[in-house]
Write a protein that binds this ligand. Structure first.
Ligand code: TMP
Length: 240
């Protein structure tokens, strides 16, 4: 195994929740807000974020007829995560960027662990291998009733293999996320996601803004901006 995470200069924020919770919209709004303050952001997602990991995503979410086992799902997401952490997340944090990641390790625990039934401590161990201990500084958990989330999602044009799971499955995912938030209260913040996107965005900025002061104080921000060739995008403004 290669050496574990070095102390990084950036900030790692993940956004989690059930299908249709609005996390992708909030990631976009948070990215815009952070860049308006002069921060460099890298916006990315899981599974995905590199060309290889995006291919794994397509395989994982494909609606083909073959039954996919829980363990197969877990190995696919871990393979994608290792690639993503090594190629995108660690280098961005080392440069001092704020990484906004739409889903990360908590999704594996909620979907493959709490909902599919794979032993959670085992998943946590495998996850350490996949991440080399890169852990979010902050996880925003967008919580709303499953029926509301699924209704939003199923009215969208595209649904994937996991969207089509039963209501019971998605209820276990939601309960799993809430349990994880109880276990990690310092890192995970639960946000009521049924409100309008503007109201939710205000709740997000109330949580994130104090963390920026810390980042600023430490002088950890590099003012560069460019697009990466992967699924992740990087953007920045000159520091004000
Ligand atoms: P989404 O990001 O568009 O919501 O879709 C990603 C899907 O992949 C979602 O159904 C949850 C699923 N997923 C897992 O099952 N395990 C994981 O570790 C991750 C990151 C996602």
């Amino acid at each position: 195994m290669t050496p574990r995470r070095q102390p990084s200069r950036g900030l790692f924020i993940t956004l989690e929740g059930i299908e249709g919770c609005g996390k992708s919209t909030q990631a976009k709004l948070l990215g815009e807000y952070l860049r308006s303050l002069g921060h460099v952001t890298v916006e990315t997602r899981e599974p995905g974020g590199t060309p290889l990991a995006e291919k794994i995503r397509s395989v994982l979410l494909d609606r083909a007829d073959e039954t996919v086992t829980a363990e197969t799902e877990a190995f696919l997401v871990f393979a994608a995560r290792r690639q993503h952490v090594a190629q995108v997340i660690e280098p961005a944090l080392a440069r001092g960027a704020i990484v906004l990641c739409d889903r990360f390790s908590d999704s594996t625990l909620a979907y493959q662990g709490y909902a599919r039934g794979i032993n959670v401590p085992l998943l946590e161990r495998l996850n350490r291998l996949a991440t080399h201990d890169v852990t979010p500084d902050l996880t925003l958990l967008f919580d709303l009733p499953v029926a509301t989330g699924l209704a939003r999602r199923r009215s969208a044009a595209e649904t994937n293999r996991l969207d089509r799971e039963s209501l019971r499955f998605h209820q276990k995912v939601r309960a799993g996320f809430l349990d994880l938030a109880k276990r990690h209260p310092a890192r995970m913040k639960v946000i009521a996601a049924r409100a309008s996107k503007e109201t939710v965005a205000r709740a997000v900025s109330r949580i994130v803004t104090p963390m920026l002061k810390r980042l600023h104080r430490a002088g950890r921000q590099a003012a560069i901006g460019r697009a990466t060739p992967s699924g992740a995008t990087e953007a920045g403004h000159a520091l004000r």
